[in-house]
Design a protein around this ligand. Structure first.
Ligand code: WTA
Length: 624
């Protein structure tokens, strides 16, 4: 890729009015490097603390002592920061605009209304015996109750674990067990693209799995009124329980390092890991990045198209925007329904100013041609954002030209579930843009490129992306398995956080993420471990061995390519391919649908005779 391509200078109106121009970015960045304690002590003041922190940074990346604490003696409550403190100034301002799957369905929820309902729900959780330190699994549609549930947990000190609504019953069961959840909050059904997804039925199936009896109750939002089974004594209608509660619930004083949420994500080996994020540092970082990277200005309408099941939904639909008193739009449906112009229609309908989406969505629209957005004008847009995977320059240019009418800067934001918030991204008033580059580090972020031995590489070069020092938003551990946390992120290169991404740095110090260097796929911006898919396949009785690799895919970024060796005597038929496809979809979820299955009589082995694939039928515990 050449750096001689288009550079988009900072627009004058942004340089003049944004939260940071070039000089300010440089000065603040330098201060954040020279004096992290002072810098973050100042930034922590953006939150309301019950007790202000005096100890700011206490962090170690050393392999034998990975220990990350920020603001550790401070006390605060996340929901109070996202709700209570806004009531006086903006109680009647819209906090959440909800846009339903059906374009005729939408509603506005003010900060006052969100406050009241969240408090009622918090009291309902207490009535169900949920308290500080308990975990609650959320398996929900993109409806305001999802945000309320997250905030209600934080109000009483419960730890939420949101499971993406596209995951299978097995995935739900695994996460309920992993997090030890006493309660699941779900809905009867979710609605996406006119189709109903049976969330409650999936929860019912999940809770028949061994080990899930820790879960005592299921709280069910009535979204569609579709028919569902009901287990007396366990299942409770959301509205019935919540309506009768008081709308005042004292926020719990939480330590800055108390857990706020667990979020499962795929790694290169083993089952998905539950990353543990904590309270004070996470919220400071989510709020600050939301303000600066999106240059959020008072009164603006901000829309992040992610699902709350992913970290992007946590940090940039719920916590960052609400901590900043923003109006955040939550969309229940899919960008292709009822037409491919839907995203633009929503922008016009709600006068969206900031649109944060994924390259895969842009490429899907591109495939429908230049006129796909003609039903909308999108004049209200001021800024665009991209996240989840590298954006190819062609998609970037199309996003800029067709969606943004050539007047909106694009912030390409690189970060991860583990990082809690945006790490490398332009600031629109400060950073000239290069299509395809996430550009430069955010305040407090110290990236470096290393070779395979961990030697730091200088200047314009390419290598493995590591981060050299702690930042407040980062995950603190893997739930219940700190050793795995250390092994996964801090043992490859001692004293450094290893991201798992490869990256190039150009002459201007801009970072260009080249993609994962481990066995993690990124399919339509969804992270998936090849090992997870392989282990699912070998649990099928016809399969002897399986190896999963990614391949370039025009729309998804990466597709899933599977080599399968069948057991002796099994016929390699097209029927069997279909069956294996369904098997993986059912086992993990539709996002893991194989694109290509190729029969392979044998898979490559290393010289010592190990399978190339980490899983084979012999060494995988039986999962059926
Ligand atoms: C990839 C999503 C290039 C990367 C927030 C990372 C990106 C993984 C970008 C994390 C970007 C995310 N440019 N690659 N702007 N954003 N990635 O945990 O490989 O779902 O490691 O977090 O997505 O995915 P995750």
């Amino acid at each position: 890729m050449s750096d001689q391509q288009n550079v988009y200078p900072v627009r004058d109106d942004f340089a003049a009015n944004a939260w940071a121009d070039k000089a300010k970015y440089e000065a603040m960045y330098q201060q954040s490097m020279d004096d992290p304690e002072g810098f973050w002590a100042e930034q922590a003041k953006r939150l309301d603390w019950i007790k202000a922190p005096t100890k700011i940074k206490n962090t170690s990346f050393a392999r034998d002592n990975v220990d990350i604490r920020w603001f550790e003696d401070g006390l605060l409550n996340v929901s109070a920061n996202c709700l209570d403190r806004h009531l006086e100034k903006r109680g009647d301002q819209t906090a959440i605009i909800w846009e339903g799957d059906n374009p005729d369905d939408s509603k506005h929820i003010t900060y006052r209304e969100l406050y009241a309902r969240t408090n009622q729900l918090a009291n309902a959780l207490k009535e169900l015996g949920i308290g500080k330190g308990d975990t609650v699994t959320l398996y929900m549609p993109m409806i305001p109750e999802a945000a309320m549930a997250m905030l209600a947990c934080s109000r009483i000190g419960a730890v939420h674990s949101v499971v993406f609504g596209g995951f299978s019953p097995d995935a739900v069961a695994q996460r309920v067990i992993g997090a030890d959840s006493k309660l699941v909050i779900t809905a009867d059904e979710s609605v996406r693209g006119g189709k109903h997804v049976p969330l409650k039925e999936n929860v019912d199936a999940a809770l028949t799995r061994e080990g899930t009896d820790v879960c005592k109750n299921v709280l069910v939002v009535k979204r569609t009124g579709g028919e569902i089974d009901w287990k007396e004594g366990r299942d409770i209608w959301f509205d019935e329980l919540v309506d009768k509660q008081s709308s005042e619930c004292e926020p719990e004083a939480m330590g800055a390092e108390d857990p706020l949420f667990i979020l499962y994500t795929s790694g290169s080996t083993g089952a998905p890991k539950g990353l543990k994020h904590t309270t004070g540092g996470y919220l400071t970082y989510a709020a600050m990045t939301h303000q600066y990277v999106f240059d959020y200005q008072e009164g603006e309408i901000y829309w992040c198209t992610a699902d709350v099941g992913w970290v992007t939904g946590h940090s940039y639909i719920v916590y960052g925007p609400l901590a900043n008193g923003a109006t955040t739009l939550m969309f229940e449906g899919v960008p292709s329904y009822p037409t491919h112009g839907r995203m633009g229609d929503i922008v016009d309908k709600h006068n969206v100013n900031i649109l944060y989406t994924a390259p895969t969505a842009v490429r899907a629209l591109m495939a429908h041609g230049e006129n796909v957005m003609d039903s909308s004008k999108r004049d209200s847009l001021r800024l665009l954002g991209s996240v989840g995977e590298p954006i190819n320059p062609e998609a970037w240019e199309w996003f800029y030209r067709v969606i943004g009418n050539e007047k909106c800067p694009i912030v390409d934001t690189w970060w991860q579930t583990e990082t809690g918030g945006i790490m490398i991204a332009p600031l629109p008033g400060a950073t000239p843009l290069k299509p395809g580059s996430a550009t430069v580090p955010f305040f407090g972020v110290k990236p470096a490129l290393v070779d395979n031995e961990g030697k730091q590489l200088e200047g314009a070069t390419e290598g493995n992306l590591v981060i050299l020092d702690a930042w407040p938003g980062q995950a603190r551990s893997i739930w219940g398995d700190h050793e795995r946390f250390v092994q996964t992120y801090f043992s490859t290169y001692d004293g450094m956080y290893f991201t798992g991404d490869g990256c190039r740095r150009d002459e201007d110090g801009y970072y260009w993420i080249t993609g994962r260097v481990d066995d993690v796929l990124n399919v339509s911006g969804h992270r998936m471990g090849t090992a997870e898919i392989e282990s699912s396949l070998v649990a099928h009785s016809a399969v002897a061995e399986a190896a999963v690799v990614g391949f370039p895919h025009d729309i998804k970024g990466q597709g899933i390519y599977i080599y399968v060796t069948l057991n002796d005597g099994i016929d390699p038929t097209d029927e069997l391919k279909k069956e294996l496809t369904q098997w993986v979809r059912k086992d993990i979820g539709p996002i893991a649908s194989p694109d290509v299955i190729q029969w392979a009589p044998g898979l490559p082995k290393t010289r010592s005779g190990k399978n190339h694939a980490p899983y084979s039928a012999q060494d995988c515990c039986q999962r059926v």
